[in-house]
Design a protein around this ligand. Structure first.
Ligand SMILES: [Zn+2]
Length: 271
């Protein structure tokens, strides 16, 4: 296990819980024999720690280091310091695939970066937020999955994980559009600001797979905010989230709807 100091972030390459779960499934799923404390297994070192676990931890650590080189990234990492317990980054496995099962996708059998990235923010039953993230492709994964092994995907999941209370409030608020819900809208906004700061040419124009991309320019940022729905969602986020208020100060990042909102306000005042 690696602690990413000075933040409250722990990288744990152990997939002991998934192994225990798979073993139980393949040996008849007797409810009486169901492994106990699988959530706790994610918080401890694997009893047979191997180079495979070490490789995972090193790769995730490198992604975190990259995130920490950008100001938008630093703000997300710093938000972890407000948590009452460490947030864990774990490799996804079969058990996670079942927890994350929904009617649309069903159980995914291959553990690949695209289907793996997810967050389980802390709640009354779960003390530590968890993020599942796969920093590399495994054998059966499609090459197109490699973009989900990117640091921007890890950053996105961290946005969910470091704001457990907001997540709980916003996740049920579906938007009935390609942003899925207000929580995803917010997470993608921050991912976009990060990508724009990093120098990407394009950012995400939605949350759902197949959503269009937008140019990572100040013009596109301005146009994005001309849409009344986007404008209102950004305005609400600024009222609600300290993270949004901090990001709004990064005025030099081309695609930054939070900064855009403040600029529009200033322009109105100067009339
Ligand atoms: Zn998300």
């Amino acid at each position: 296990m690696l602690k990413f100091k000075p933040y409250r972030i722990v990288v744990n390459g152990s997939n002991e819980d998934d192994e225990a779960y798979e073993w139980w499934k393949s040996s008849g799923s007797d409810p009486a024999k169901r492994p106990k404390n699988m959530d706790d297994m994610e918080l401890r070192r694997h009893p047979f720690f191997s180079p495979r676990h070490a490789l995972y931890e090193a790769m995730v650590y490198l992604r975190l280091l990259k995130i920490s080189r950008y100001r938008a990234g630093q703000l997300v990492l710093a938000a972890s310091q407000q948590l009452s317990a460490d947030i864990y980054i774990n490799p996804p496995g079969m058990r996670d695939a079942v927890i994350g099962m929904d009617n649309e996708s069903g159980i995914r059998l291959a553990i690949c970066p695209a289907s793996a990235a997810s967050a389980r923010p802390s709640n009354q039953y779960l003390k530590n937020s968890r993020v599942r993230f796969m920093p590399y492709l495994t054998e059966s994964c499609d090459q197109s999955d490699s973009k989900y092994a990117d640091d921007s995907t890890l950053l996105h999941e961290l946005v969910h994980g470091v704001r457990p209370r907001q997540f709980e409030k916003l996740k049920p608020q579906t938007t009935n559009d390609h942003w899925t819900d207000l929580e995803e809208f917010f997470a993608v906004m921050i991912e976009n600001i990060y990508m724009s700061e990093r120098g990407d040419r394009e950012v995400r124009g939605g949350h759902q797979a197949g959503a269009n991309t937008l140019p990572a320019t100040r013009t596109a940022s301005y146009q994005f905010m001309e849409d009344q729905t986007n404008y209102q969602r950004v305005k609400d986020a600024l009222k609600r989230e300290k993270l949004a208020q901090e990001l709004a100060k990064l005025d030099d990042i081309p695609f930054n709807p939070f900064a855009e909102f403040n600029r529009a306000k200033r322009d109105l005042r100067s009339i």
